[in-house]
Design a protein around this ligand. Structure first.
Ligand code: OOG
Ligand code: MG
Length: 259
């Protein structure tokens, strides 16, 4: 198996970053090179450094493939994570700029807010002290690869398709989150419906997994940062002019309009 050198990692990072900037898809990296999951995370980190160099700020992480609905939809079988920046974060009921994206899809999600810095794997009993809020969310994913097709390494390198997100109101974390109805509503019609139980049986397990990855990849999650727990349903392609809502039982709604 190939070992990518620093220069190849930088070139792949630039290619994915430019695909996002120009909203033009690129071919899968894995069709040209065989590379490992570790190398894929190195490409992801290098592509994020390009965003930070342009002035974007880290605001949190998103977990991916935490539900079987998503794994089956995309044909992959492991949990992954990507980084979120301030530029991706839309205001509640804000406008998603369709022209700046390649082939965006929406997912209904649950987002957690970090209360104090997490820089190591936490145990289940520690979690409550480190998380102080939970909110309904819409995640917009936009693979930089042609036809939204990729290997597990490809999607990791591409920052797990992260493109945008919008959050609803924060609630305290006391609510039992293990079996809440979650819906994706487009123009008033429920197009996906599921339960938070689809997220690793309980979305808190996704937070635990995020703490494990924070330690493994040396990515501290500061106070106030976000952990998106992953979609409970399949993702849905968007079109210009649509009104999109994620409804989470007990937590409320996140909303956006596609321009
Ligand atoms: C990768 C992102 C997966 C989720 O919630 O499972 C993800 C993709 O499907 O393009 O965001
Ligand atoms: Mg997602």
């Amino acid at each position: 198996m190939s070992k990518l050198n620093e220069n190849q990692i930088a070139l792949f990072a630039e290619r994915l970053d430019q695909a996002a900037v120009k909203a033009l898809p690129t071919t899968q990296l894995s069709l040209e090179e065989t590379y490992s999951e570790e190398e894929a995370y190195a490409i992801q980190a290098a592509s994020l450094n390009r965003r930070y160099d342009r002035g974007e700020a880290f605001v949190g992480v998103k977990m991916g493939f935490t539900s079987t609905a998503k794994m089956e939809q995309m044909g992959v079988s492991d949990l992954i994570w990507g980084r979120l920046t301030d530029k991706m974060l839309l205001e509640q009921a804000g406008v998603l700029d369709f022209e700046k994206l390649i082939h965006p899809r929406a997912e209904p999600e649950i987002c957690f807010r970090v209360a104090k810095e997490i820089d190591r794997e936490l145990s289940e009993s520690e979690l409550a002290a480190y998380i102080d809020g939970v909110a309904p969310a819409i995640e917009i994913i936009d693979s930089r690869y042609e036809n939204f097709k990729f290997s597990l390494e490809d999607v990791i390198a591409d920052n797990c398709s992260s493109a945008a997100l919008v959050l609803g109101e924060w609630s305290p974390v006391s609510t039992d989150l293990s079996n809440l109805k979650i819906e994706l509503v487009i123009d008033g019609e429920a197009v996906q419906s599921g339960s938070s139980a689809a997220i690793l049986d309980d979305p808190w397990k996704s937070v635990l997994a995020a703490t494990r990855l924070a330690e493994k990849y040396n990515q501290a999650l500061p106070a106030g940062s976000l952990i998106m727990a992953g979609a409970a349903t399949s993702a849905v392609f968007l079109q210009g002019g649509q009104k999109v809502e994620a409804l989470v039982e007990e937590l409320g709604a996140a909303r956006l309009t596609v321009s």
